[in-house]
Design a protein around this ligand. Structure first.
Ligand SMILES: Cc1ncc(COP(=O)(O)O)c(C=O)c1O
Length: 388
């Protein structure tokens, strides 16, 4: 009997599958190494340390930054964002974010607001899901300490004017934190060129590493207080957290099986090249937009220009709840997509799909044009059937 067809289109949540080498590297680590890094001088502990350093250096290369120590391992993008926000924002500070941002930004900021630490301005976005740099400029104040914005939306795929916003923030003496959850590994993203003082990103989405991996880049001169303290395997005689990076922000044992897998994923990405991945993703965008254009009862939200977006598509079908669309995609076509608000309620407000939400199909670097064709055909078929 043939296995049921499975087309995984939830890459905006986490990518699947991973390159075979990722699974092999994790297996090799788990079976053959299994030790914590920086905690011993025996062979396996040294090997764990080597993997940690080597993975960090590959992230440095990918980001085009000078110092690997400024790339701190985290457990996901949310973890990196929390370290950055809570380590930078001080009592009485003003923070600017946007309606397109994810709950991983919105919720920590609401918490800081509720605790009376920060005041927050949330800048609106267009119906296509794009924030205007001028609107961010208008929100900046003398006491603005930080501007935090995502690079591409996890709802509409829309790219945001990160460079312009960074320059505006700097002109007013504020720092800029970029949430690159949907772009790191999907296209060249160089924080120093963009002007990101801090950049948070997951290892498990377009970087193709395993779940439980992520990182925060901290530009030289940016002081980030710790979110947590603990053992680092370094300066163990001192009872205070080391001040040097990356140990300052890496308390406790690392997710080394995940980091071993991430290193293998970075080998894949560095060999293939970010430009090639970006080209491929633009092709997926173009193909999906073309294949769904003009379909009766089917609406694809977000920019129509393939070069203005990542291949993350929220769709609505007239007369159908988005959960029903998600269920039909899975049950009838083996397509794994996510329906709802995608942890971004304000983004759905901006584009007019709140509170119902939308079904989201998100393509990763390993998806093919055949996957796009199958997804578009499935959506057209569901839309046709819904009219009867
Ligand atoms: C824009 C954006 N920011 C942050 C996150 C959180 O990422 P993680 O699941 O790695 O914490 C996501 C995940 O979907 C996202 O799309």
């Amino acid at each position: 009997m043939n296995a049921p067809r499975r087309i995984y289109l939830d890459n905006a949540a986490t990518s699947f599958p991973k390159p075979e080498a990722v699974w092999q590297a994790m297996d090799r680590f788990n079976r053959g190494v299994g030790a914590s890094a920086g905690r011993g001088a025996y062979r396996e502990a040294v090997e764990a340390g080597r993997i940690l350093d080597s993975c960090r250096d590959k992230l440095r290369r990918l980001l085009g930054v000078a110092e690997a120590a400024r790339v701190v391992f985290t457990f996901n993008a949310t973890d990196a964002i929390n370290i950055a926000l809570k380590g930078v924002v001080r009592q009485g500070d003003h923070v600017v974010t946007t309606w397109m941002d994810h709950n991983s930004v919105l919720r920590p900021l609401s918490e800081l607001e509720e605790r009376g630490v920060a005041r927050v301005t949330r800048v609106r976005a267009s119906a296509e899901g794009v924030v205007a740099a001028e609107d961010v400029a208008a929100a900046l104040r003398d006491d603005t300490r930080l501007v935090v914005m995502l690079h591409a939306s996890n709802v509409t795929g829309s790219l945001q004017p990160a460079r312009e916003v960074a320059a505006l923030a700097h002109a007013r003496g504020a720092l800029f934190l970029l949430d690159a959850a949907q772009t790191a590994g999907a296209r060249p993203v160089f924080p120093d060129e963009i002007g990101a003082d801090l950049m948070a990103f997951p290892g498990h989405k377009s970087l193709l590493g395993p779940l439980g991996t992520g990182a925060l880049y901290i530009r030289e001169g940016v002081d980030v207080l710790t979110l947590r303290e603990g053992g680092t395997g370094s300066r163990s005689e001192e009872d205070r957290q080391p001040r040097d990076l990356p140990d300052r922000h890496e308390a406790g044992s690392h997710n080394l099986p995940g980091i071993a897998g991430l290193e293998a994923a970075l080998d894949y990405i560095l060999a293939r090249g970010l430009e090639d991945i970006e080209r491929h993703k633009r092709e997926l965008c173009r193909s999906f937009l073309e294949a769904t254009a003009g379909a009766a009862r089917l609406r694809v939200l977000g920019p129509r220009d393939p070069s203005a977006r990542e291949p993350v598509f929220s769709v609505q079908i007239d007369g159908l709840d988005c959960q029903e669309v998600g269920t039909l995609l899975d049950a009838e076509f083996g397509i794994k997509a996510r329906a709802g608000l995608h942890c971004a309620p304000l983004a759905h407000r901006a584009i007019g799909s709140f509170p119902g939400g939308a079904a989201r199909l998100s393509f990763g670097p390993l998806n093919t044009l055949d996957d796009v064709a199958a997804a578009a055909e499935a959506l057209r078929a569901i839309a046709r059937a819904s009219s009867g």
